[in-house]
Design a protein around this ligand. Sequence first.
Ligand SMILES: O=P(O)(O)OC[C@H]1O[C@H](OP(=O)(O)OP(=O)(O)O)[C@H](O)[C@@H]1O
Ligand SMILES: O=c1cc[nH]c(=O)[nH]1
Ligand SMILES: [Mg+2]
Length: 210
Amino acid sequence: MDVLVVDHPLAQTRLTAMRRTDTDSGVFRSSLHELTTMVVYEAARLFAVEKYPIETPVAATEGTRLATPPLIVPVLRAGLGMADAALGLLPESSMGFVGLARDEQTHEPRAYMESLPVDLANQPVLVLDPMLATGGSLLHCCNLLADRGCTDIIICCVLAAPEGIERLANSGLPLRLITASIDEGLNEKAYIVPGLGDAGDRQFGGMRRF
Ligand SMILES: O=P(O)(O)OC[C@H]1O[C@H](OP(=O)(O)OP(=O)(O)O)[C@H](O)[C@@H]1O
Ligand SMILES: O=c1cc[nH]c(=O)[nH]1
Ligand SMILES: [Mg+2]
């Protein structure tokens, strides 16, 4: 699996704001929004483009457009905070949704929502989730996409743990990963270390949905 780390200084300053305990939820959300713009900008290098004829006020020439704009799929809740920035860069894209909540004991994802096109053959997909920890959640999401025929999945994260990267790489799925950092690993509660805590709670508060 190809893995790209976005190590641009401006990406790293936003990531630093997100990591800090004393960052409030408003700054956390705006930092995630800005960082997502940078991560998706880098991810977009992987998109196929095509040329087409255009007219400038001076001459006929060739323009460039995305061959097939990707379907954007945020993984709820935390991926919601990346959705607006991604759609801002890709206004011609459509959006699907997958809702997953990790069980605090088993660390396995529990699915509570799935809103995706039936057929994803010939449709690139851009998956958004700030956190790749054990990899269980993103693996579940990407299996849903592959079951619909998707053969081109690009995942945009903020933090990735080596354990999660290995799990995705060993899945045999057609995945590529863009992240702002590969952290040290997971603690006993399967949180990323040094990490940033719970990306959903830090954006939206600690109240669970259930
Ligand atoms: O790689 P994993 O071990 O599966 O962990 C990562 C998942 O955990 C977080 O979601 P969470 O389950 O906390 O739901 P939330 O976004 O609603 O907070 C995060 O947004 C990922 O989806
Ligand atoms: O560190 C982690 C791991 C899973 N989910 C999060 O939100 N943070
Ligand atoms: Mg959470």
